[in-house]
Design a protein around this ligand. Structure first.
Ligand code: OXD
Ligand code: MN
Length: 661
């Protein structure tokens, strides 16, 4: 059983003993001042923002959230009363929401950035922009493989077709939150105005939400402005499914970097509505980071300690649903090694005055994918979700437990009464999945039994290595190390991966997902590469860069997975640890980079033949040739004139290495 700390200063979650953390006196006073929705007690810049948006959205009431445990209890009760969530009786303060089946994932096609100049946001594709689908209801949206753009004028038009009167009959909740520890030097503040109480309760888990945030706001409005509406004013003639109001035909998720604003309409789901996450911490975050000289990345952060007690921190970027949460919470299969989790999805990283790259996890919780999470793949996550968790779109048992594909097949064979995410009785004969493939748990990070002691350190943890990766059934070795920073940037820029269910894509195509940021770039990807390249300055300790591929399959991609993955991934991290420590003898040069020499990866005790190991690290000239052509084509077509010269130089160098191979 996970133990839940009760000594956290800022956040307050239900304690399993039934006691709870109380606010200190100062915060109690501020709460008193704001609790009765007393707008005039708030910093002027916030009052102005709320009044401006309330005038447009016309909510019936405004509630300023204080983030307290009592308020949260009342919110959960209200959601339960209105049939939005149900209590999971076999877990501790855990809840289940089932959405309208039309609102189940991030909608990338309706997510865009609005700037005066298109090129600030996306490169001009070599063959022009695709005709956009009229059913999107988004005038003049420019859609590209590296993000979508709309002019401020068109955005104003689209805003005007959606937001006026959109909160009629509803309450506007004001959610003050901090990404990163409140007041920390790398942290930033956001205010989300939303008409969804489900969103408020999830934001309270995913961010540091509370009135202490108001203290940090100045009169100039040093916060990111986030406006969210489910897009269903009341009364409505729409058929509301599962008490989950949404407006899929009119959904749009707009970012205005020039005003530090996000405007999201029509969806209550995940990254579309929890605006601190992808919208703020990644899209706007990456723009702010470029402006200020740091990095906002789609990366987990973990601490790794070797048997001698030496500890390092590693950040790793993989596309959605490639196992970031599993790696961040890894239970090592090799005795003596220890992994601790700092974060599972987003890293904000900044060089300090000593030239060290320091990273914080701006989030406060995990919004993890459920299917596939099990005692084998991620026993730690299973402990985390026992308490204070909001599940969305998983299956459940009639007596109040959760279920999803891969969790525990005994639950099916023992004949438990299962109810699918669509609310229907479910058996193994059912043709539809029990849980939606993108069903999620939303849990406080502080409940993680292996949370790193420094996870809330305001100045961040020092990063020694950065790992990239993706799902590559064929051709890409289990692990390689980039030759230097510039080559590493090229490795990140060339990530490709099989599509997954986190977004609306179908099928198993191998998609380019540079830096695992394709859906999350806040600005032109060419400029993003330039920014990464510009970070290599004298006096800085640049982390080494790696690429891993847990997903290589036998028979040139047609067979089964070669590498056991999960807890066994410690063996690859061990190799990285030793390389970072300066052990040059365990790497051999290949066209990709340095690959482990024979026997330098510890595979003792693994059910893996020497031939399989060879295959995992094997490199095929024909594959490489095609890879070079594909990467060059991608840059030519989609990054076009925005491609930095250094990237073309890296493609040429890669090509030369392949020719010589
Ligand atoms: C996520 C995603 O939810 O990447 O983290 O889609
Ligand atoms: Mn993610």
């Amino acid at each position: 059983m996970a133990s839940i700390s009760s000594d956290n200063q800022h956040r307050h979650f239900e304690n399993i003993t039934g006691e709870h953390v109380t606010d200190d006196d100062k915060l109690l006073k501020l709460r008193e001042a704001t609790y009765r929705s007393n707008l005039t007690k708030l910093p002027k810049s916030i009052q102005d923002y709320i009044e401006e948006k309330a005038k447009i959205c016309q909510p019936d009431a405004i509630h300023i959230c204080d983030g307290s445990i009592e308020e949260n209890r009342a919110f959960l009760q209200s959601l339960q009363k209105n049939g939005v969530i149900q209590k999971l009786e076999k877990l501790n303060n855990c809840w289940l929401a089932l959405t309208d089946p039309k609102d189940v994932a991030r909608v990338e096609s309706r997510t865009f950035i609005s700037t005066k100049n298109l090129l600030d946001t996306i490169p001009q594709p070599q063959h022009g922009f695709k005709e956009i689908d009229a059913s999107l209801n988004l005038r003049n949206l420019k859609c590209s493989a590296l993000g979508n753009w709309m002019s401020p004028e068109d955005l104003e038009y689209e805003f005007g077709r959606r937001f006026p009167g959109c909160m009629k009959g509803r309450t506007m909740y004001v959610v003050p939150y901090s990404m990163g520890p409140v007041g920390g030097p790398i942290s930033k503040i956001g205010i989300e105005l939303t008409d969804s109480l489900y969103v408020v309760c999830n934001m309270r888990i995913m961010t540091r939400m509370g009135i202490d945030v108001f203290e940090k706001i100045d009169d100039h409005g040093n916060f990111v402005k986030c406006l969210h509406s489910v897009g269903v004013p009341l009364p409505t003639e729409r058929k509301i499914v599962n008490n989950w109001p949404c407006n899929p035909e009119m959904t749009m998720i707009a970012h205005l970097p020039e005003k530090n604003e996000v405007m999201s309409f029509g969806s209550g789901y995940g990254g579309n509505s929890l605006l601190g996450k992808k919208c703020f911490a990644l899209r706007l975050g990456s723009i702010i980071a470029k402006r200020e000289g740091w990095l906002a990345e789609h990366m987990l952060i973990l601490g790794i300690t070797n048997p001698q007690g030496v500890k390092k921190y590693i950040a790793a970027a993989f596309p959605s649903q490639c196992g970031k949460t599993n790696l961040a919470m890894l239970t090592p299969s090799v005795p003596g090694w220890k992994i601790e989790c700092v974060g599972d999805d987003i890293a904000w990283m900044k060089f300090n005055e000593r030239g060290e790259l320091r990273a914080i996890n701006p989030e406060n919780g995990f919004f993890g994918v459920c299917p596939g999470t099990s005692e084998h793949t991620n026993p730690i996550a299973l402990k985390v979700v026992q308490y204070n968790t909001i599940f969305t779109n998983v299956a459940h048992t009639a007596d109040g437990k959760v279920y999803w594909e891969g969790l525990d097949e005994n639950m099916v064979s023992h004949g438990e009464h299962l109810i699918s995410w669509k609310g229907k009785d479910w058996t193994k004969e059912s043709t539809e999945p029990a849980a939606h493939p993108n069903s999620r748990f939303c849990s406080p990070a502080e409940q993680c039994p292996i949370i790193d002691p420094n996870w809330e350190s305001p100045e961040g943890v020092p990063i020694s290595a950065i790992i990239f990766g993706g799902r590559r059934p064929a051709g890409v070795p289990l692990i390689y190390e980039a030759f230097n920073w510039e080559h590493g940037v090229f490795v990140g820029a060339s990530i490709r991966s099989e599509a997954t269910a986190a977004a609306e894509h179908k099928g198993k195509a191998i998609m380019h997902d540079p830096f695992a940021m394709r859906p999350f770039f806040g600005y032109n990807f060419g400029d993003y590469c330039k920014h990464w390249l510009s970070l290599n300055k004298d006096g800085r300790k640049m982390p080494r860069i790696y690429n891993v591929n847990w997903f290589r399959k036998s028979n040139n991609g047609q067979g089964s997975f070669l590498w056991p993955g999960f807890g066994e991934n410690i063996r690859v991290l061990e190799w990285i640890f030793k390389r970072v420590d300066g052990n040059e003898s365990i790497g051999q040069q290949t066209p990709f980079g340095y690959v482990p020499t024979a026997d330098s990866l510890d595979i003792n005790g693994l059910d893996l033949t020497q031939d399989q190991m060879k295959e995992l690290l094997s490199i095929d000239k024909q594959f490489l040739k095609e890879e070079v052509i594909e990467i060059r084509k991608y840059f030519d077509e989609y990054v076009n004139d925005s491609t930095p010269a250094e990237i073309y130089k890296q493609i040429d160098l890669f090509n030369e290495r392949v020719d010589k191979f």
